[in-house]
Design a protein around this ligand. Structure first.
Ligand SMILES: [Fe+2]
Length: 324
């Protein structure tokens, strides 16, 4: 476990938030969104108006998988905004090890500074994917690729704002949501109310845990602003990424309107059984489990990503492995 001197661990986050502060009394947190249409991912820059301190949440590194071409186009939009607004980047927050896009956290850190942060359960995810990708001892499974890790209830100062970490397992065992002032960044727990919840069929995923995590988020004050990590624009509607806890509680088509845990689990598991793997899951996991760094270069300095055959099922064809 990595510790960080600026993590505040003095008290119960939700009690403090719900009882000591009314949401309407909190300053309006400044949030800027960036949308990557290739992966339907939303990256956010959240900033404190008074000090200009900022955090980036879930930044994207572009990959054209067919050609193996990487690009920092999406990340450059984010860094351009931070520079234009004269913000100072303090943290780069990952909600989880994404399976649908690569993280540009190291590139953004190189450009602007800041520290890369993720949830402490990342070590379990690194164990799982280290095995799937047959990583050697050189691949650390202790989260040390990140600058530091947060546990449930940990808080960080961001000027006059506080970043409060909430462990919300279900989609993955290490998922975190971040409450910054009155703005809640939910990662892949909740999507927009008309667009359901995240899948739970990746290794370590669990539908019942996701239901409980969603209920915990939905217990926050009504006015809490909810920012999602993905929007797939169901029915071809315009992009949407912000709602409120009240709207999610009343209208989320999977976890709103008082649905029971059993009904949610049955629905979630039957739906997950119909879903294809995300197009970028294999490159994404290899990079994101390294905090957005690429796997080590080979002896000639060239970079490669692996495709583990049949890691998620398939026909047994081991006998066709060549012995060259
Ligand atoms: Fe995800």
């Amino acid at each position: 476990m990595l510790f960080h001197s600026e993590i505040l661990r003095d008290g119960d986050l939700l009690n403090q938030f719900a009882t000591q502060y009314g949401v309407s009394q909190l300053p309006m947190t400044r949030v800027r969104h960036f949308y990557d249409s290739a992966s339907s991912t939303l990256t956010y820059v959240v900033s404190d108006s008074d000090t200009g301190l900022s955090a980036v949440i879930d930044p994207v590194l572009d990959l054209d998988y067919a050609s193996g071409t990487l690009s920092t186009r999406s990340a450059d939009r984010v860094t351009g905004y931070i520079r234009d607004q004269n913000l100072s980047l303090r943290y780069i927050l990952e909600t989880h090890i994404h399976a649908d896009h690569l993280s540009s956290a190291p590139y953004i850190k190189e450009q602007l500074g800041g520290e890369i942060v993720i949830g402490s359960q990342i070590t379990a995810v690194q164990q799982t994917f280290g095995t799937i990708f047959a990583e050697g001892n050189g691949f650390c499974r202790d989260g040390s690729q990140f600058d530091f890790m947060l546990s449930d209830g940990d808080r960080l100062k961001l000027g006059d704002l506080e970043i409060c970490a909430l462990h919300v397992p279900g989609h993955t065992p290490a998922c975190m949501a971040y409450l910054v002032g009155e703005a809640l960044f939910v990662g892949d727990t909740l999507f927009m109310p008309d667009a359901d919840t995240a899948r739970c069929d990746f290794p370590g995923g669990d539908a019942r845990s996701l239901f409980e995590s969603c209920q915990r988020l939905l217990a926050l004050p009504d006015e809490t602003r909810v920012f999602v990590c993905h929007d797939y624009q169901p029915g071809g509607r315009d992009l949407a990424f912000e709602s409120t806890v009240a709207e999610q509680r009343a209208h989320n088509i999977h976890v709103g309107a008082g649905i029971s845990a059993d009904d949610f689990v049955a629905m979630r598991e039957s739906r997950d059984a119909t879903l294809d793997m995300p197009a970028l899951i294999l490159p994404s996991l290899q990079v994101n489990m390294r905090a957005g760094n690429l796997p080590p270069a080979d002896a000639s300095g060239r970079l490669f990503l692996k495709v583990p055959v049949n890691a998620f099922g398939g026909s047994a064809l081991d006998r066709f492995a060549s012995d060259e």
